[in-house]
Design a protein around this ligand. Structure first.
Ligand SMILES: C[S@@+](CC[C@H](N)C(=O)[O-])C[C@H]1O[C@@H](n2cnc3c(N)ncnc32)[C@H](O)[C@@H]1O
Length: 298
């Protein structure tokens, strides 16, 4: 049982950076012009649309950068991001802005459909050993692709599993690190049955009391990588199933249309696209056939 061998986060009391008097402990002001500059930068790179009502959120999420870099204004911060040729400042900015809410077994109907209808259908179509490819696009901290892995393990044989891979990507490097580590506070796995918690997780001991870790056999089904969905896709008719749930809500209609087209092109004929329950392809033009609410087929 896991003594997960990782240091717990340390608290550095008294090591707060010194602030210039202008920004002291108060929140620095974010002017409308600065908000426009920053939101355009985010839109340009990640496709994420930040309407004016998100101004307060942007200010609160980025204030830490002004403090740690001892900058007096968002204007200075913006300049620093532009000037950083390593691209690291931009990565940090996008990490801070993207919203990463997720959960195990989130939107259960999708996973029930996957276990009860989709996998049997794929199996029926399959001639030799299955070579199925799944993609969790916008996987956040890993709960979604790990749930897919558990559904697969629960439904198909070990022999069939050997030909299956789940790819899982996100633009946010911090959540990807968490996903790769596969360690979660116990409360995160509450949506799963006790049986699944026992089968697919190890309980932490000692300093890891109160945490669980995804078992290696679940983990090895999933391959994580950083990928910005705004980029052109290097994949062609490769995937049987794509989950892109609760990601497109942050994009404008034109960006969504373009992305859905790219998903279509990289799915195998007959492949499935899952989107979030609060999303819809209703108002965008696409070539998918409707299967059920939020489930589509090429
Ligand atoms: C709300 S989470 C959804 C996580 C999971 N799919 C679910 O439904 O539980 C949205 C994720 O999309 C990612 N994201 C936003 N813009 C992206 C982009 N341009 N490329 C890749 N991932 C992006 C965010 O970093 C975030 O982790």
């Amino acid at each position: 049982m896991g003594d997960f061998a990782r240091e717990k986060p340390r608290h550095h009391h008294g090591e707060e950076p010194a602030y210039s008097p202008g920004i002291s402990m108060m929140m620095p002001e974010l002017t409308d012009a600065e908000f426009t500059q920053l939101s355009q930068l985010v839109y340009q790179h990640a496709g994420i649309h930040l309407p004016p009502q998100k101004k307060e959120l942007v200010r609160s999420r980025l204030t830490k950068f002004l403090r740690s870099r001892k900058l007096a204004s968002f204007q200075e911060y913006y300049r620093q991001v532009l000037q950083d040729s390593s691209g690291l400042e931009l990565i940090n900015l996008l990490d801070a802005i993207s919203t990463n809410m997720t959960a195990f077994w989130r939107e259960p109907k999708h996973f029930e459909f996957m276990g009860q209808e989709l996998l049997p259908a794929l199996r029926q179509k399959c001639k030799g050993a299955p070579q199925w490819r799944f993609w969790s696009a916008g996987c956040s901290s890993g709960e979604e692709p790990y749930t897919m892995a558990m559904v697969l393990m629960n439904t198909i044989s070990d022999k069939e599993l050997s030909g299956v891979k789940i790819y899982a990507s996100d633009i946010n490097t911090q959540v990807l690190n968490q996903a790769q580590r596969g360690i979660y506070p116990m409360s995160r796995v509450e949506p799963l049955s006790q049986e699944w918690r026992r089968r697919y997780f190890q309980k932490g001991v000692n300093q890891w009391e109160g945490y669980v870790r995804v078992k290696p056999e679940v983990k090895q089904l999933v391959e994580f990588f950083r990928f910005n969905l705004m980029e052109s896709f290097p994949f062609k008719q490769e995937f049987d199933v794509i989950f892109c749930r609760n990601v497109m809500i942050y994009f404008e209609k034109a960006t969504q249309t373009e992305l859905v087209k790219k998903f279509y092109n990289c799915l195998k004929p007959g492949g499935f696209l899952f989107i979030g329950h609060s999303e819809s392809l209703c108002n965008i033009s696409h070539q998918f056939a409707y299967v059920k609410p939020t489930i589509y087929r090429k």
